[in-house]
Design a protein. Structure first.
Lengths: 159, 159
DNA sequence: GGTTGAGTACTCGGATAGAAGTTGTCCGAGTCAGTCCGG
DNA sequence: CCGGACTGACTCGGACAACTTCTATCCGAGTACTCAACC
């Protein structure tokens, strides 16, 4: 199991966007995080498609949240970047081979599929319980209250 | 996020092995599940390397559990097939860019990494709480007690 | 001086190559069961 | 009839291609600002 690299970028970008008053361009975000601008733009497009951020073109354009950061969960960002489909995909193995079950007995997912689904639900709920605003707050606490101040200062200056 | 296809096969194979007295060969398991024998063998090798099953060569050889099925958790099987490394890999994004933190301030994982790790722990614990024996029991319940009987019968006959 | 128009620079968005991981397949090394021969 | 060695076939294990997905990049479409000319 491997999570796309863009998930980390997307989350950090969301934290950055939450600290800015106006829109933030992909180039600024890429410079701030030291990542390839073009590739980061691809993931930001995914956030835009998911309706988490709104993109505005033009010289002062960029990305901005469509709703308060406290209402954007980490799960929404992860699913926007990485896709909403579950990690475990049941291929209905019990319908194959000599002991294949008849289709009418396969309405209910098999126990293996249920066990994996339960685990993924737990994972999803853990991510749904954290918002982007929570992340920003924790990062700020880790830095004793300097990280978000420096971030806001950098976003405002050096345009 | 995508989980390897062999995870499903490995779990179903473990359930099958748990119902057999002697070793079960990869060819039998592949025939039973209707999957490519050579590729299934690859995943069974992973289970063998992880110490979950023990392989015995020779005409009556195959794979058998090294310990009771009740002591083999789903998590162990999943990690054996898919690898133990976590899905989210922190690339230390905060050490890059103009606002990079000094290395001595990076001892503690950042909030993003901690949030993802917490979710993965929840996922892992959910899988650790289910054993292969539990899976077999649930599959048997779903079939009103015929699945494991038929499976044992098939494994014993048609050699 | 105010207004209007074109020009320009900057933004996002999707279409396009390259790398990596997963999927699928093959053949060789090792081992046990059955068999054959000799006593 | 019994014991031992041999042949044979079956097993796993790792090495070898094909494909899908992820990673990275580029160029085109659209918009707001700037500046100059005109009224």
């Amino acid at each position: 199991m491997k999570l796309s690299n863009g998930v980390e970028w997307g989350l950090h970008c969301c934290v950055s966007i939450s600290q800015s008053d106006g829109p933030v361009s992909a180039a600024r975000l890429a410079e701030l995080h030291g990542v390839p601008p073009s590739y980061l733009a691809k993931h930001l497009q995914a956030l835009s498609r998911a309706g988490i951020v709104r993109s505005t073109p033009g010289p002062v354009g960029g990305y901005a949240f469509t709703r308060p950061a406290a209402e954007v969960s980490v799960l929404q960002v992860v699913q926007a970047v990485d896709g909403p489909e579950p990690a475990f995909r049941c291929t209905e193995i019990r319908r194959r081979g000599p002991l294949a079950l008849s289709p009418e007995r396969c309405e209910k997912p098999c126990a293996v599929s249920r066990a994996m689904a339960t685990a993924e639900t737990a994972w999803r709920e853990a991510l749904a319980g954290i918002s982007v605003a929570d992340l920003a707050g924790r990062i700020d606490q880790d830095s004793s209250g300097t990280a978000m101040r420096d971030l806001r200062s950098w976003l405002a200056g050096a345009p």
